[in-house]
Design a protein around this ligand. Structure first.
Ligand code: GDP
Ligand code: GDP
Length: 456
C-alpha cells in the first residue's frame, strides 16, 4: 500500500505527493531484459512499488516515487513490453523520444555483460540529441572483474558508463548520487516558459474514428499548413495548422499518416503513440465515433488524458451519420455514466467528412487551455473556502472535528490545489470541495487536482 508523506515524512491523507509539489522526473529507457526493473527496484529500495496502476488503462508508463539523500524524484519506467524483433529498435527509439520530451533527465540502461547492441546504439544516437541530461547505467556488473566490460560502453557517446548491479546493489548508491547531480531541483516546464509558440494539440481516438480525416479537413479548410513560424523549431513529426487566427501545433501527426497495420503489435504501437502524443501536448482533442456506442477503448484513452493532466475537448465525430435514434441512444449512454469522469470537458458534434462544426474546435481548445492555465489568487481561494467550510464543515471523525486551515493553488497546468488540515478529511468531503471549486471557478475543459496535507 502506497503511503504519501509530507516533507517531514508524515503521512498525507490524500493523493500522491507529486501532485502537491512537483518533483523532477528521471526516465529509464533500455531494451527488455537489460535489468531495468531490477535496477529501478534497487534504487527505490523495495521490490514492488507501483504507484500508478489504474485498472483498464494500458500501462506502458509507470511512475515510481524515489527518495535519496532527502531529495524526492520520480522514476518513470517506460519499458515493460516485448514487441516483435523487427519493431524493437523503433519502439525503444520512440521510448527515448518520449523520455527526452517529458523527463528532466534520462537514464539509458545497458547490459554490460552483453555490451552495446545495435539497438543500444540506435537509442544512444537518439539520446545524444537530448536537451536534458542523459546518464548511462551499465548493469549486471556484479563484481570487479566485470568492470572492464563497461569501458567499451564509452563509445555510445553518452559519457561515463556507471557500473551497477541491480541484483546485488553494487554501485547503486554512486549511480543515485550521479543522478541527483544532474537532476534539476524542480521539473522543467515542458511547455516552454510563458507558453510562447504554438500551443500543442494531441489528436487522439481509436483507429478509424476519423483522426486523419479531421487533420486533413482542418488544414484543407484554412489552406494553411504552416511550415515555419518565426523562432520555433518544428519537430518533423508535428504539423502546424492555422485555425481561427492562431497557429496550433498538432503533435505526432506523422504517426497518423505513417500507418502501422501489421498483424502483431498494431494496437501496441497505437497506444504507445497515443500516450507519447498526450505527453507532448497541452490539450487533447479526443475523437469519439458518434455513430457507434462509446467503447471501452474510448474510456481508456480518456483515462490516459485525465491521468496525464492535460486539457481536453471531446469531439463526437461522424455526426453526419447520427440519426434521431442514434442521438437518443447516445443521450442514454451519457445518462448511464459514460464519460462521467470528464463531465467538465466541452463536447462538440463534428463531421470530419462534411466539415460540420469544425469551426468550433479551435475556440473550444482555447477555452480549455484558459482553464488549464488558470491561477486562483490565494486570498480569493481562502475567502471562498472559509465561507464554504463555515456553511458545510467537514464531518466529525473519531469524535474530532477536522479543521481546514488553509488552501493554496500549488500549480497550474492543470490547476492543482492543496488543502492544509488538522485531522483526516474523508474522500467524500474532498470530492465535495472539488465539486464546489468547479462550481465557483469553472475550469471547463481542464482536469483539476486536490490534495490534502495533514498537520498534526
Ligand atoms: P528489464 O526487462 O530491463 O526490466 O530487465 P529485468 O530487471 O527484468 O532483468 C532481466 C533479467 O536480468 C532478470 O533475469 C534479472 O534477474 C537479471 N538481472 C537484472 N539485473 C541483474 C544484475 O545486476 N546482475 C545479474 N547477474 N543479473 C541481473
Ligand atoms: P483514423 O484511423 O482515426 O485516422 O480515421 P480516418 O480519418 O482514416 O477515418 C476512417 C474512416 O472513417 C474513413 O473511411 C473516413 O472517410 C471515415 N470518416 C472519418 N470522419 C468521418 C465523418 O465525419 N463522417 C463519416 N461519415 N465518415 C468519416
Amino acid at each position: 500500500e502506497f503511503v504519501a508523506t509530507d516533507d517531514e515524512g508524515r503521512a498525507i491523507a490524500g493523493l500522491d505527493p507529486d501532485q502537491v509539489v512537483a518533483t523532477p522526473v528521471l526516465a529509464v529507457v533500455g531494451r527488455p531484459n537489460v535489468g531495468k526493473s531490477t535496477l529501478v527496484n534497487r534504487m527505490l529500495g523495495r521490490r514492488e512499488a507501483v504507484v500508478q496502476d489504474v485498472p483498464g488503462v494500458t500501462r506502458d508508463r509507470v511512475v515510481y516515487d524515489g527518495l535519496w539523500n532527502g531529495r524526492r524524484f520520480k522514476l518513470m519506467d517506460t519499458g515493460g513490453w516485448e514487441p516483435d524483433a523487427n519493431g524493437l529498435q523503433a519502439v525503444v527509439a520512440q521510448q527515448a523520444e518520449t523520455a527526452m520530451r517529458t523527463a528532466d533527465a534520462v537514464m539509458l540502461v545497458v547490459d554490460a555483460s552483453v555490451g552495446a547492441t545495435a539497438t543500444d546504439q540506435a537509442v544512444a544516437r537518439v539520446l545524444r540529441r537530448s536537451d536534458v541530461p542523459v546518464l548511462l547505467a551499465a548493469t549486471k556488473v556484479d563484481d570487479d572483474r566485470l568492470n572492464s566490460d563497461t569501458t567499451e560502453l564509452w563509445r555510445l557517446g553518452l559519457g561515463e558508463p556507471h557500473p551497477v548491479s541491480g541484483l546485488h546493489g553494487r554501485g547503486s548508491g554512486d549511480l543515485l548520487d550521479a543522478i541527483l547531480d544532474v537532476l534539476p531541483e524542480t521539473p522543467r516546464d515542458t511547455f516552454g516558459a510563458g507558453g510562447s509558440g504554438p500551443r500543442r494539440v494531441a489528436l487522439v481516438g481509436k483507429p478509424n474514428v476519423g483522426k486523419s480525416s479531421l487533420i486533413n479537413k482542418l488544414s484543407g479548410e484554412t489552406r494553411s499548413v504552416v511550415h515555419e513560424v518565426a523562432g520555433t523549431t518544428v519537430d518533423p513529426v508535428d504539423s502546424l495548422v492555422e485555425l481561427d487566427g492562431d497557429v496550433w501545433r498538432f503533435v505526432d501527426t506523422a504517426g497518423l499518416r505513417r500507418r502501422v497495420r501489421t498483424a502483431s503489435g498494431t494496437e501496441y504501437y497505437a497506444s504507445l503513440r497515443t500516450s507519447s502524443a498526450i505527453d507532448a501536448a497541452e490539450v487533447a482533442l479526443m475523437l469519439i465515433d458518434a455513430s457507434e456506442p462509446i467503447t471501452e477503448q474510448d474510456q481508456r484513452v480518456i483515462n490516459q488524458i485525465v491521468e496525464s493532466g492535460r486539457a481536453l475537448v471531446i469531439l463526437f465525430n461522424k455526426w453526419d451519420l447520427v440519426d434521431e435514434d442514434r442521438r437518443h441512444e447516445l443521450e442514454r449512454e451519457l445518462d448511464r455514466g459514460e464519460l462521467q469522469s470528464v463531465r467538465w470537458a466541452e463536447r462538440v458534434n463534428v463531421s470530419a467528412l462534411t466539415g460540420r462544426a469544425t469551426r468550433r474546435v479551435a475556440p473550444a481548445m482555447r477555452r480549455a487551455l484558459e482553464s488549464w492555465d488558470t491561477r486562483i489568487p490565494t486570498g480569493r481561494l481562502n475567502g471562498w473556502l472559509s465561507d464554504l467550510v463555515a456553511a458545510t464543515p467537514p464531518p466529525v471523525r473519531g469524535g474530532k472535528q477536522p479543521k481546514i486551515l488553509f488552501a493554496t493553488q500549488a500549480q497550474t497546468r492543470p490547476p492543482t490545489f492543496v488543502l492544509f488540515t488538522s485531522g483526516f478529511l474523508e474522500a467524500g468531503y474532498r470530492r465535495f470541495v472539488e465539486r464546489r471549486l468547479r462550481e465557483e471557478f469553472g475550469f471547463a475543459g481542464s482536469p483539476i487536482r486536490l490534495s490534502v496535507r495533514v498537520r498534526e
